[in-house]
Ligand binder design. Structure first.
Ligand SMILES: NC(=O)c1ccc[n+]([C@@H]2O[C@H](COP(=O)([O-])OP(=O)(O)OC[C@H]3O[C@@H](n4cnc5c(N)ncnc54)[C@H](OP(=O)(O)O)[C@@H]3O)[C@@H](O)[C@H]2O)c1
Length: 189
């Protein structure tokens, strides 16, 4: 669970994504078998299904871009009944009770719509929306999981328009399957 202090407003926005070793978050054909497993790293940890479930229960709300939403629906919706906000300029049919759609200013989304209701907010992609959140200074914590694979091509983790910024490493967890989770907190404002 996040140990970040958040931003002083009570809410904590964690950007979470899985990247290949060469910095891609999706293949061009959107296939996800590259996320399945790595090798075996004996010194790594593994977590049980119960531990994973307890961890996920601590997440109050997910935020995602509409392309990530579409892909998540195709994959079988991994976010359960936890409230989720999909950022989009389009009109969508209601697919799940827990999902609402948002169009508009992202700072208003976080500070006015989400912060009064949720504390532990997870921004789960994709590249476009995460980049916008970073540009606007709306991310308190980055959890980046590195998969032990080179993809060579695909969708870049963050595009090209971010500026130099030093983040603070808070934790590193190496898993038995060869994935490594890096946690960073945002630079002090
Ligand atoms: N490896 C991982 O951890 C990971 C995580 C998440 C997603 N992914 C992959 O990443 C891909 C999707 O990423 P993506 O970068 O293409 O798309 P995305 O960020 O998921 O969604 C982009 C869409 O979000 C909406 N949007 C973004 N910024 C907005 C803003 N400021 N205001 C209003 N709407 C905004 C727009 O929707 P409208 O066009 O509807 O207006 C835009 O087209 C998928 O392949 C997915 O599987 C990978």
């Amino acid at each position: 669970m996040s140990s970040s202090q958040g931003n002083g407003q009570g809410r904590n926005v964690t950007l979470h994504m899985v990247s290949s070793l060469d910095g891609f978050i999706a293949k061009k054909d959107n296939s996800v078998s590259w996320l399945d497993t790595g090798g075996v790293y004996e010194a790594g940890v593994s977590i049980s299904e119960e531990e994973a479930a307890t961890f996920l229960k601590g997440i109050d709300c997910y935020v995602m871009g509409s392309r990530t939403y579409e892909h998540a629906l195709e994959l079988g919706w991994p976010y359960g009944d936890t409230p989720a906000v999909v950022v989009t300029g389009r009109k969508w049919p209601a697919a799940r009770k827990s999902v609402e759609f948002y169009s508009g200013d992202l700072k208003t989304l976080v500070d006015v719509k989400l912060a009064p209701r949720y504390r532990n907010i997870w921004l789960v992609g994709g590249a476009m929306l995460c980049q916008r959140f970073l540009e606007l200074g709306l991310v308190d914590e980055i959890k980046l999981t590195i998969a032990p694979v080179l993809l060579g091509d695909g969708l870049r983790l963050f595009g090209g328009s971010l500026t130099e910024e030093r983040w603070n490493l808070k934790n590193v967890v190496a898993y038995k399957n060869g994935f490594v989770e890096l946690s960073y907190s945002a630079p002090a404002a």
